[in-house]
Design a binder for this molecule. Sequence first.
Ligand code: PGA
Length: 241
Amino acid sequence: MYFVANWKMFGNLKSINTLDKVIKFSKSKEIKKGRLIYCPPYTLLTSFFKKFENCLIDIGAQNCHENDNYGPHTGFINSRMLKSIGANYVIIGHSENRKKGETDKLINLKIKNAIKAKLKVIFCIGETLTEKKKGKTRLVLAKQIRLGLDKIKKRSNIFIAYEPVWSIGTGHIPKPKELEQIVKFIKKKFKGKSPKILYGGSVSPQNISDLKKINSLDGFLIGGASQNPKKFIDIVKKTYN
Ligand code: PGA
C-alpha cells in the first residue's frame, strides 16, 4: 500500500523536525508493507530528500511544468529538474490546479514529460459535487482518464488518485460501497493491467477503518492529516490492523 503525503502550500524549514517520528516508524516492523511518499512544496524538496537519506521514504513534487526543455518560464519547474534533485514522484491534475485553469490537454502534456523524465505520476481525477448530484461522476472520470492519458502507451509508472472534489478538505468521504464501484469502474477503463489506484479526500485516522475495506485500493493520497506525523502514522498503522 502507498501512503502519499500531499503537504500542499504548507511547511517551512522548521517542519522538517516533525519528520523524525515518521522516519523512526518507517524503520520499524510496524510499517509492514507500507510505502511512504512525501510531496512537500518545491522549497522543501531538497531538505526532505536529505532528511530521508538513510530510510526508504520517497519524495515527490505537487506539480510540474508541461515543457521538458529548459526555457523562459518564470516561476516554473519541469520534471527533469525534479528528477535531478531526487524526486521520484509527481502529482499531476490535482483539482486545486484544475480549478485554476489546468486543462486536460495540459495535464496530458505534463504526464507525458514526467514519464519521459522517469518520474512516477500520481494522476488525480475526480468529480465536483454538482457533477455528482447530476449523476455525471462516471462520465467525468472517463473523460479525465481519456484526455489525460491520450496517446500514452507506457502506463506502468502511472498511479490514478481518485479524489472526489467534494471530499477534499471537507471531512466527507464516499460511502464504501459507492467508492468500491467507482474503483471498479476506473479499473475497467484500462485494457490489460490496471494502474495502481489511490483514494484521496479527507483521509484520517477516524475514517481509515472504513476506507481500508476497499480491497481494490492500492493506497491513499493524504492532505491535511499528513502534516501531523502522529495522524499520518496512525493512518498507516490502522490500515494494517
Ligand atoms: P485532504 O486533501 O486529505 O486534506 O482532503 C487531499 C488532497 O487534496 O490531496
